[in-house]
Each structure stands twice: as structure tokens, then as C-alpha cells.
Design a protein around this ligand. Structure first.
Ligand SMILES: [Zn+2]
Length: 392
């Protein structure tokens, strides 16, 4: 009975049919989904070409999908999102069903929020907006240039302007931070997303986080950096010029910063080794790899997978040995490193200053408004269309 009432409340009338919203269950595959809905698996899965079959494996638990049914209760259409961009569209034509991959319809809104600091930026933004995603993008935007723990006080202010996508009235995908301001003890710090897709501060300096927290996500540090460490087995002083991350063999290893691969091969006790050279004479090294995914001379972006955890060379078990060097000298990779970055000049700078001015006006407005949390849609863009009749 309760279920019946819920279903009555959920339907939205979109294209003249009743649409119900469901969630993909954990462990559900596209094939089990078809079987559950009593849809023809031959036509809608086995007859698909290889690329489409592979794409259907991207189905994720927790994602909302819609089913529209006719007055007899038989399925007319299904929209099942696979990622932020595309979805599976199953539709009935006469007595047969067809499959296609189509873009996701969503609406993008520019919104802003203004938050007073009482605890920490992450906590306060989450408390005001209910969004951990917003809290995360704000904190990571400033993490390499400001020290919130040390310098932020109660009563300081945060303003952020961001784009958020909505799909059928629900927030969808990661928001994009467009501009943000944090006032710390009367001094204001800004960050702006420029037209070149990079972030710049108020002086027009590019803001780029150099190091990731860890080149192996979620891994435990099993050995820290030390210029002299008394080796418990060898009974002698020995330097450990890097950080060890314990992880299962085959765990992906990511570039700690953007740069150029200058070594990707076996090197003595390092085993299979990747070296990346970065700006300002910095170099990172990744040792004992099971396999290497990049080749010498290639450019990588921060976060790109460069190889997999292994135990090659002088190693007693699977782990990543990670080093950071500046002009050849090993330094502690867990120290925050600032890299001098590109500064905008000429035409680019003029264009940036204009963009900055617009954002500054908005930020001032949100700052003056004493509402603790404002969510103001400035404009709406219908960003994806797949067929006219669905866009009423
Ligand atoms: Zn090590």
C-alpha cells in the first residue's frame, strides 16, 4: 500500500506519459536490469555492437533512472544514465524495443553562496548548503595557497559562485567553481576560473596545486622520509629518501603533478621506475612498479595513471616508493611545495581582468547580503538536447 502511494507521488508528466523514478540497486548489471523489467535481452544487449555492450558496463548503483509506461502499464521508454554525459534510451516502436545512447538532458544554473566561518570551511559550507561536493571544491581550490587551519578565524567570510547541473529537478554531477573569495582577518583572497579553464588568483597568477596528497589513493604510509634512519635489520644508519605507500599489487599509481616523463624503465634496486620532471627543477620518482603505463618524453597531467603498484627491484612486498627531488636533492614529499606559475600578460591579462571585475561585483553583492546562505540562480542554460519533442 505504502509503495503504491509513493509511486503515485513520484510520477512526473513529461512527454504525455507517466514517468516513475527508481534507483539502480547495488550489484545490478544492465543485463539483470533487462531481465527484471522483462525486456528482450537479445535485442537490447546481445545484438548490440561491441562498443555499446562495453558502455553498458558503466551502469552504477545509486543512479536515478526513469521509466515511462502507457495506460496499460507496459514500458514505453527508459532513460538510464551511464555517466555525466550519456544515458541509455530504450524505447518501444510498435511491438519492438530499440536501444540507443543519447546525451543527458540537464539544466545548468549559476548559483552563489555566502557563508560565515564558525568552525572550518569544509564544515561550515556543508552545514549551510548540505553539499559535501561544494565544501570539497572550495577547500581543494585554496589548499595549495592558503593555510586555513592556521589563519582562518571565527567570523571570517566565504563567498563562492559555481555552476550546478540539475537533471529532473535533482542536483547532478560535480559543481564547477567559477569564483571564490575568502576573507581571513580583513584580507581577502580570490580565485577565478578563467576562459582557458585554469584558475588564477587576483594578481593573474595561475593557481595550480603541485602535489597530490598521495599518488596512491587511500593508501597507508608504511615508511616516512628520513635523511638518517637506523635500519632494524641491517643494523646501520641508512637514509630513506622517500615515502612508502603500502598497497595491493596492481593498485593504480597517479602522477603527483603535471609534467614530462623523463624515465620509464628498470633501474637497479628501484626496479621498474618512472621519473617525472616538473616546473622549477622538481622531479618525482615512483619505484618498484609492477608495470609502467607511460613512456619517456610523454607529458602527463596531475592524477593521470602512470603505472601499477608492484614489488620489483629491492623490495620485500608490494608498495610504492615515492620520492620528490628539487634540483636533484631529495626532499620530504609530504611537505607542501609551492611552484612559481605562469602569470597572464597582454591581451590574456586584459580579458582576465574584465572577467574578474564581473565576478568581484557579484561577490561584493553576496557579501553585503547578510543572509547566511543564498542560492540565487543567475541564468539557466539548457545544455543538452537529444530530440525536440523531449524539450518542451
Ligand atoms: Zn621506500
Amino acid at each position: 500500500m505504502i509503495r503504491y502511494i509513493l509511486l503515485l507521488m513520484l510520477p512526473l508528466v513529461l512527454f504525455g506519459a507517466k514517468i516513475e523514478t527508481f534507483k539502480v540497486k547495488s550489484g545490478q548489471t544492465y543485463l539483470t536490469f533487462l531481465e527484471e523489467q522483462r525486456l528482450p535481452t537479445k535485442k537490447l544487449y546481445y545484438d548490440l555492437d561491441n562498443d555499446d555492450q562495453i558502455l553498458t558496463q558503466e551502469i552504477r548503483a545509486g543512479v536515478h533512472y526513469q521509466i515511462s509506461k502507457d495506460s496499460n502499464g507496459s514500458i514505453e521508454q527508459i532513460l538510464l544514465p551511464l555517466n555525466d554525459e550519456v544515458q541509455i534510451h530504450i524505447y518501444r516502436s510498435k511491438d519492438d524495443y530499440s536501444f540507443e545512447i543519447i546525451p543527458i538532458i540537464c539544466i545548468e544554473k549559476t548559483e552563489a553562496c555566502s557563508v560565515d566561518v564558525t568552525n572550518s570551511p569544509h564544515y561550515d559550507i556543508y552545514k549551510s548548503t548540505g553539499s559535501t561536493k561544494l565544501a570539497t571544491i572550495f577547500v581543494s581550490a585554496f589548499q595549495n595557497s592558503l593555510n586555513f587551519k592556521r589563519d582562518l578565524r571565527r567570523g571570517d567570510k566565504i563567498v563562492m559562485i559555481y555552476d550546478q547541473k540539475y537533471r529532473l529537478g535533482k542536483e547532478f554531477s560535480m559543481p564547477t567553481l567559477k569564483a571564490a573569495m575568502v576573507e581571513m582577518g580583513k584580507k581577502k583572497h580570490f580565485i577565478y576560473l578563467n576562459d582557458d579553464e585554469n584558475y588564477y588568483n587576483e594578481d593573474g597568477h595561475k593557481v595550480e596545486g603541485f602535489l597530490l596528497a598521495s599518488p596512491v589513493r587511500g593508501a597507508r604510509i608504511s615508511s616516512h622520509f628520513s635523511k638518517r634512519r637506523f635500519h632494524p635489520v641491517l643494523k646501520r644508519w641508512k637514509a630513506h629518501l622517500g615515502v612508502d605507500y603500502a598497497a595491493r599489487s596492481g593498485t593504480p599509481i597517479r602522477a603527483a603533478g603535471s609534467g614530462k616523463i623523463n624515465y620509464a624503465d628498470w633501474m637497479g634496486s628501484y626496479g621498474k621506475l618512472v621519473k617525472i620532471s616538473h616546473d622549477d627543477g622538481y622531479e618525482t620518482r615512483y619505484a618498484h612498479l609492477k608495470s609502467i603505463k607511460v613512456s619517456r618524453g610523454k607529458r602527463v597531467k596531475k592524477g593521470d595513471i602512470i603505472g601499477y603498484v608492484g614489488s620489483t627491484g629491492r623490495s620485500t612486498g608490494p608498495h610504492l616508493h615515492f620520492e620528490l627531488r628539487k634540483n636533484g636533492v631529495a626532499i620530504n614529499p609530504l611537505k607542501v611545495v609551492q611552484v612559481t606559475t605562469k602569470k597572464l600578460t597582454g591581451k590574456d591579462r586584459t580579458a582576465f581582468l574584465k572577467l574578474k571585475e564581473n565576478y568581484d561585483d557579484s561577490i561584493d553583492l553576496y557579501l553585503k547580503n547578510n543572509t547566511r546562505f543564498i542560492k540565487v540562480p543567475e541564468h539557466e542554460n539548457q545544455c543538452y538536447f537529444f530530440s525536440k519533442e523531449f524539450c518542451s
